[in-house]
Design a protein around this ligand. Sequence first.
Ligand code: NZQ
Ligand code: ZN
Length: 391
Amino acid sequence: MNNFSFYSPTYFCFGKDTENEAGNLVRRFGGTKVLIHYGGGSVVRSGLLDRVKKSLEDADIPFAELGGVQPNPRSGLVYQGIELVKKEQIDFLLAVGGGSTIDSAKAIAAGAVYDGDFWDFYSGKRIEKALPVGTILTIAAAGSEGSPDSVITNEDGMFKRGASGDAIRPRFSILNPALTQTLPPYQTACGITDIMAHLYERYLTNTKEVEVTDRMIEALLLTMVHEGPRVIADPNNYEARANIMWAGMMAHNNSCGVGRSQDWNSHNIEHELSALYDCAHGAGLAVAMPAVMTYVMDHDVMRFAQAAVRVWGCQMDFACPENTAKAGIQAFRNFLTSIGMPKNFEELGAKEEDIPKLVDVLCNGDGRKGSISGFVTLTEEDCTNIYKLML
Ligand code: NZQ
Ligand code: ZN
């Protein structure tokens, strides 16, 4: 296991009706004037926004509002948010929604206390300072409610990049599984896929002797395999939604990623797809991950065989572990299809003729030098081959 330090000070408030604690929690974490940030309207339609406003009013906390965050959140609204925060002298960001809304709020929180262009943070500069952020999560997926990360799409070129820093870890996150019951089945499945991707990106490691985090990841993957179909069959299954929601947080606050190298090639390959085609991140991952896994399997066949046996219940073929590894990848692919995820470029709305463009932005955009690295280093040729596997 590698040396590590881990600091994850988010306060979690989990369960039914917990959104009514929003005002108290903002006050507890030092907010005196809030920007409520939200998406395209689901929180208005569900009545959640009104409950959050009431909670702030009850706690005597003034607020401004900025809605309109799109999935794959855009830089334009972040600039608007930064202006609004400065003008209104806001000192706390409250994101009400999914990963896109939370990431947009994190970007505004960092940009509002920075003299330069907030995009510097999405081009490699670490975030050291930000206004405090709180979240009320409405979809179990991205894990942004417990992560130090934010992913934004730059409209000037339509490419998607991430920024990081403990300063943008939410001070508190309110997780009420019942709020996710209004999700369309496709979005629920996209969330399940993203959670599993966060686990696999950590499982694909070059670090030896990481039994504890291997076993944690396997347990969370097994939870998704068990609870995913239950929630697709019955969207109102609160208990299944609760297990998925907490698994989504655990998958990405890095408690099961510490002390080990991680992959993230599937995420990087996917981000170009959701930037260019505006597809859901989870849907893009459903197509990208099995292709990446198939392509890099030979790098460490036994790691894939281990997941196949422990997570997917495959029989170990000692004479030919490749068979076991392949069976595990196929079982994962079948699972994704069973919950309604796309299988290939066509179902995702992606186009073969765009592959050279996708590869160029992926491997050369924004300071990269002809490759991406993770579990294995992938050159432009490798990435081209991987996108072709998705056809
Ligand atoms: O915008 P509204 O109207 O709220 O609708 C949203 C949106 O259309 C809808 N939705 C959310 N909760 C709902 C609901 N509809 C009905 N009922 C509810 N309870 O779902 C749609 C998707 O929302 P979005 O926030 O985009 O989903 P998600 O949480 O999957 O976030 C995806 C974004 O997170 C980034 C992705 O790249 C993508 O941009 N990621 C962020 C990470 C992080 N910060 O740590 C890590 C991830 O790997 C990921 O890259
Ligand atoms: Zn993700």
